[in-house]
Ligand binder design. Structure first.
Ligand code: TYD
Ligand code: MG
Length: 453
C-alpha cells in the first residue's frame, strides 16, 4: 500500500511538519517553509525481495578512481590557504559578505589569475551591467584577462552555455540571489529559488567537474541571506568581513569540506584592488601606542594564523539605571560576564559607568582566550593606568575568576616576541616554551592581574 503525502519543511532548520505555516515553529524564521511531496511507502519490508544494488562501491575503489582533489591555485596565497590549498575542481564555494566589502573585486581578480594559467572561467553577473564590470576591470588593470561574461541569470540558460562550452572550468555566480529557474515560479532571491538554483549548480558541478563560486548576500546580522540549507549544500563557505572605516578585509572559512575551518585571509582594499597582507600583526598594530590607557594587545589564534590585535575600552560616567554597554567586534554577553567577574572577585565596580569595548581594525573575535586581555583593558581604563610596556595578554576566565589554559600558547608567544613584545601575561602553561626570550608571567586567578597595574 502506498500513499502520497505532503510534508512541509523549514529550509532554515529542516524542521518538518504536516501543515504549512508562515513562521517556523522551531527556529522562528518567516517564509522559510516549503512543501515537499513524499511518496511514503508503507510496506512489509520483510516480505520484499531485494536485489543487490550496483551503486554500492568500496572506499578502496573510490580511492583508486578519484583524481585526488585536483585544485586550481588562485595565485592569491592568502585565499589559497583559506581554501585549504586552492579551488577544488567540481566543488561549490559560497562567499558571503556585506555589500561593498569587495566580493566582486576579489573574485574578478581570482578569475583573472586563473586565466593567466589558461583556466577558463565564466562570470555570471546578475548584479552589474557589462559596462560596470568593464569599469572595474579597467580599475584593476585586468582588461586583457580572458574571462567569458554573461548577464543571463536564468539557470537553464547558464547550464546550456556550460554544455555548449565544455572548456569552462570555473563559474562565478554574482550573486545567487539573482539566479532563477522559471519552473519554480517565485521571485529570484526567495528561499525556494535559491535552493533550486544551488541544487542545479551542484548537479552540474559534479557532472562536468566545474568549480562554482557563488557570491551570497548577507543579512544585517551578518548571516548569509536565504536558507541555511544553501550552506549545507555547498562544500565551502567563506565570509568576507571588513570595516568601512578602514581598508582591511578579512576572509574567514566557516565551513570547508576540503580544508581546515576558521582560517583567516587578510587583504587591504587599495585603489587598484585587493592586496594580500602577509604581516597582519604589523598592520593591526599600526596605530598602537604602548602607553595608552585602556588598550591591550591580544595574540589571536585563528586557524593556522596568529595575529596580534589591539583591544580597547573606554568608560564614562552614567546617570542611567542601567548604564550602556556597547561592544564592537566581540560578544556582548562575554563583556557582561567579565564585568561581573571583575566586580565579584576583584571588587572593581563598573556599575556607574557606561562601558565601550572595541576590537581595533574591524576584526571579530570569538576566542575565549581574549577574556584576560579584555579584562586587562577594562582594569586599565578603570584605574587610568596603562599596562607595563610591550605586554601581551591571553587566557580564558572562568566564573570563579580562575584563568584557564588556551591552545596554541607557543605560537602566540612566538608571534609576540617576533614583533618585539617583552612580556606576556598568560595562564599556567602546560609546557615551558623552549628558546623564547619573552618574559612569561603565569597567573592562576584574575586577582593576580591587578598586581601589574
Ligand atoms: P565590490 O567588489 O563591488 O563589493 P561587493 O561585490 O562586495 O559589493 O567593491 C566595492 C567597493 O570597493 C567600492 O566601495 C569601491 C571599492 N574599490 C576600491 O577601493 N578599489 C578597487 O580597486 C575597486 C575595484 C573597488
Ligand atoms: Mg558585487
Amino acid at each position: 500500500m502506498s500513499k502520497s503525502k505532503s510534508l512541509f519543511i523549514c529550509t532554515n532548520c529542516n524542521f518538518t511538519s504536516l501543515k504549512w505555516s508562515g513562521k517556523c515553529d522551531k527556529c522562528g524564521s518567516w517564509d522559510s517553509i516549503i512543501e515537499e511531496n513524499h511518496n511514503i511507502e508503507i510496506a512489509n519490508f520483510s516480505n520484499k525481495k531485494f536485489t543487490p544494488s550496483n551503486s554500492v562501491l568500496t572506499i578502496k575503489k573510490l580511492g583508486e578512481d578519484s583524481e585526488n582533489h585536483q585544485r586550481y591555485a588562485t595565485k592569491l596565497s592568502e585565499l589559497d590557504r583559506c581554501l585549504g590549498g586552492g579551488l577544488v575542481t567540481g566543488s561549490l564555494i559560497l562567499i558571503g559578505g556585506d555589500p561593498g566589502v569587495g566580493k566582486s573585486t576579489l573574485l574578478l581578480q581570482v578569475l583573472a589569475n586563473l586565466s593567466q594559467q589558461a583556466i577558463n572561467s565564466l562570470y555570471i553577473s546578475g548584479e552589474e551591467s557589462l559596462n560596470q564590470i568593464n569599469l572595474r576591470a579597467h580599475r584593476l588593470n585586468l582588461l586583457t584577462a580572458k574571462i567569458d561574461i554573461t548577464t543571463d541569470t536564468n539557470v537553464i540558460d547558464i547550464i546550456n552555455v556550460l554544455y555548449k562550452n565544455p572548456q569552462i572550468q570555473v563559474v562565478l555566480v554574482d550573486s545567487i540571489q539573482t539566479t532563477y529557474l522559471k519552473e519554480v515560479g517565485a521571485a529570484p532571491g526567495t528561499v525556494n529559488q535559491l535552493r533550486h538554483s544551488v541544487l542545479e549548480f551542484a548537479a552540474i558541478a559534479k557532472k562536468m567537474n566545474i568549480t562554482f563560486i557563488l557570491i551570497g548576500h548577507v543579512t544585517k546580522d551578518g548571516q548569509l541571506a536565504g536558507p541555511k540549507l544553501v550552506e549545507h549544500m555547498v562544500d565551502t563557505v567563506l565570509y568576507f568581513e571588513g570595516d568601512r572605516a578602514n581598508n582591511l578585509r578579512i576572509l574567514r572559512s566557516h565551513k570547508n569540506r576540503y580544508g581546515a575551518t576558521n582560517e583567516l585571509a587578510i587583504f587591504e582594499m587599495q585603489k587598484d584592488g585587493l592586496q594580500e597582507i602577509n604581516n597582519p600583526s604589523e598592520i593591526f598594530l599600526d596605530e598602537y601606542n604602548a602607553q595608552s590607557i585602556g588598550s591591550t594587545i591580544f595574540p589571536l589564534s585563528e586557524g593556522s594564523r596568529t595575529i596580534l590585535i589591539e583591544l580597547q575600552s573606554l568608560i564614562a560616567n552614567s546617570h542611567m539605571a542601567t548604564p550602556r554597554r556597547a561592544v564592537d567586534g566581540w560578544d556582548n554577553n562575554r563583556l557582561a560576564i567579565i564585568l561581573a567577574v571583575l566586580s565579584s572577585k576583584c571588587q572593581l565596580n563598573f556599575a556607574q559607568y557606561e562601558v565601550y569595548f572595541n576590537v581595533a581594525g574591524g576584526l571579530k573575535i570569538t576566542e575565549p582566550a581574549a577574556d584576560l586581555a579584555a579584562a586587562a583593558s577594562l582594569i586599565s581604563t578603570l584605574k587610568q593606568q596603562a599596562l607595563p610596556y610591550k605586554t601581551i595578554v591571553f587566557g580564558e576566565i572562568g566564573l570563579s575568576g580562575e584563568i584557564r589554559n588556551s591552545n596554541k600558547s607557543f605560537e602566540r608567544l612566538q608571534e609576540a616576541e617576533k614583533l618585539g613584545f617583552k612580556r606576556a601575561i598568560t595562564p599556567k602553561l602546560k609546557k615551558k616554551p623552549p628558546n623564547l626570550k619573552i618574559e612569561i608571567i603565569e597567573i592562576k586567578h584574575i586577582t593576580e592581574l591587578l598586581n601589574y597595574f
